[in-house]
Design a protein around this ligand. Structure first.
Ligand code: HEC
Length: 108
């Protein structure tokens, strides 16, 4: 039995060392930003449970798309009937923070 478990343990450890630590740090930062910047009331804890049916589910979409939408909503370039509810809030979200949040949301 011991022999069977060892390779599994080793690969988990390697994976954690190589990928886990930096990815987890970025994820924790992004999750905190998403919470602290006030996104949860409208989009839900992980971007999957919007406040109402007219608000988009933002989890699981490509990071590049999510970033572009945030940038365009912030600048006013995207301006549907619904965009203005988010525009003011985006004024307080820096470009780097949008990128972090977008990458995190894409993985939710
Ligand atoms: C007051 C409610 C509200 C808050 C707070 C809010 N949003 Fe939004 N968000 C919306 C609405 C409504 C839309 C749809 C806007 C449109 O159709 O133009 C939207 C659209 C988006 C989109 C584009 C989704 C798509 O599929 O095109 C992204 C990405 C997004 N929000 C991220 C965020 C992030 C990140 C935060 C926090 C920094 C946030 N939102 C805060 C209401 C909100």
């Amino acid at each position: 039995m011991k022999r069977l478990h060892r390779p599994l343990l080793w690969s988990c450890t390697t994976l954690l060392l190589c990928l886990g630590a930096p990815a987890q740090a970025a994820d924790a930062d992004a999750a905190k930003l998403y919470r602290d910047k006030g996104c949860i009331p409208c989009h839900g804890a992980a971007g999957r449970t919007p406040l109402n049916e007219n608000y988009p589910i933002i989890a699981g979409q490509p990071a590049g798309y999510l970033y572009n939408q945030m940038r365009d909503i912030k600048s006013g370039e995207r301006n549907s009937v619904l965009s203005p509810v988010m525009t003011t809030l985006m004024g307080g979200v820096a470009d780097d923070d949008m990128r972090l949040i977008a990458a995190w949301l894409a993985a939710q």
